[in-house]
Ligand binder design. Structure first.
Ligand code: IPM
Ligand code: MG
Length: 360
């Protein structure tokens, strides 16, 4: 039987709870679709740091490189210095494993979940390809005379031709495949989202987009400045098909995108280096105020499992999970993807498992 090596990082806050539900669903997929996963759990988190003062050591990053995938819950603890553990674990994975694509599908499964009036599932169905290893996340910068009236803080955004080009090429390829697999026979469109009018060095994106685009004459080239993009996402979300953007802009617009889908409770992402170990996580954070209450919606983690299985080549299993989630949302059995659904974390996980078993 095909067996995958999967690293597990439950993390902080609601992370362990939603990961548990993701694992229930993964186990169900394994038994129904005939594959196996060897799970290796890692404790790295804010909670673990408070106990041990340990962050992710280099040798563990080397170990992760040998896995097929990593499944992460959430990282972030209110008692730990801002960003310390996030940078060690999440950015440690993204930078350490060179996971240069952050793939974030924005898909509305049921109209009642959308805060916009009159929007249907057909109107909100696009994908953000976020560059994941450069930009303002490159960790170049620092402080001078910190804490004094003369303090200076600097940060440098980095865009390399290679980094920009590989993200753009992935996005063109993705747009083409997405159209080929879509039942709607819509022509593929790729929107470049940047702020090249104000930040002129982002012209490297403009040029790479046009040049790589010549290899994809079947994909329509589109452009939006990021400020206008946030407006269009609310006004005419149906315009978008595939988007490609910088690390920071991708971070921001995908939280907005998550709201169009119904909330952070369902948004999932894949941090990919195609062909190598990749990492899958819900896009929400550790939500400390809901931790340990069995209240958080696990659908983001469950959809991250679906994305992981798609990436590993277990297409039928990935689809089975997505269909089950979709069925429960469309039927209203899960009425919302936030803490007001009236359903507990474990109940939602059980419902997805039952629906998968019933063949929906
Ligand atoms: C995300 C998160 C992370 C990011 C944080 C936790 C570092 O917001 O995955 O969107 O900024 O990328
Ligand atoms: Mg974010």
């Amino acid at each position: 039987m095909k067996t995958y090596n999967v690293g597990l990082i439950p993390g902080d806050g609601i992370g362990p709870e939603v990961v548990n539900e993701g694992l229930k669903v993964l186990n169900t997929a394994m038994s129904l679709d005939g594959f196996a996963c060897d799970l290796i759990e890692y404790p790295y988190s804010g909670t673990y740091y408070l106990k041990t003062k340990e962050l992710v050591p280099e040798r563990v990053i080397d170990e992760w490189r040998k896995l097929d995938a990593v499944f992460l819950g959430a990282i972030g603890h209110p008692d730990v210095e801002t960003g310390l553990v996030e940078r060690s674990v999440i950015l440690g994975l993204r930078f350490g494993l060179d996971l240069y694509i952050n793939l974030r599908p924005i898909k509305l499964y049921a109209s009642n979940l959308c805060p916009l009036k009159d929007k249907k599932p057909a109107d909100i169905d696009f994908v953000v390809v976020r560059e994941n290893t450069e930009g303002l996340y490159a960790q170049i910068g620092g402080f001078l005379k910190k804490g004094t009236p003369d303090e200076v803080a600097t940060v440098t955004g980095v865009y390399t031709r290679k980094g920009v080009e590989r993200a753009i090429r992935y996005a063109y390829e993705y747009a083409r495949q997405r159209a080929a697999n879509s039942p709607h026979s819509k022509a593929p469109r790729l929107t470049l989202v940047d702020k090249s009018n104000a930040i002129r060095p982002q012209d490297i994106w403009t040029r790479a987009f046009a040049e790589v685009g010549q290899e994809y004459p079947d994909v329509e080239q589109d452009h939006a400045y990021v400020d206008a993009c946030t407006m269009w996402m609310i006004k005419n979300p149906e315009w978008f098909d595939t988007m490609v953007t910088t690390n920071l802009f991708g971070d921001i617009i995908t939280d907005l995108g998550a709201m169009l889908q119904g909330g952070m409770g369902i948004a999932a992402s894949g941090n990919l280096h195609p062909g190598r170990t990749s990492m899958f996580e819900p896009i929400h954070g550790s939500a400390p105020k809901y931790a340990g209450k069995n209240m958080a919606c696990p659908l983001g983690a469950i959809m991250a499992v679906s994305m992981m299985l798609e990436y590993l080549g277990e297409r039928a299993a990935a689809l089975r999970i997505e269909n089950a989630v979709s069925h429960l949302l469309v039927s209203g059995a899960i009425p919302s993807v936030d803490s007001r659904s009236g359903l507990s974390t474990t109940q939602i996980g059980d419902m997805v498992v039952e629906t998968m078993r019933a063949g929906n």
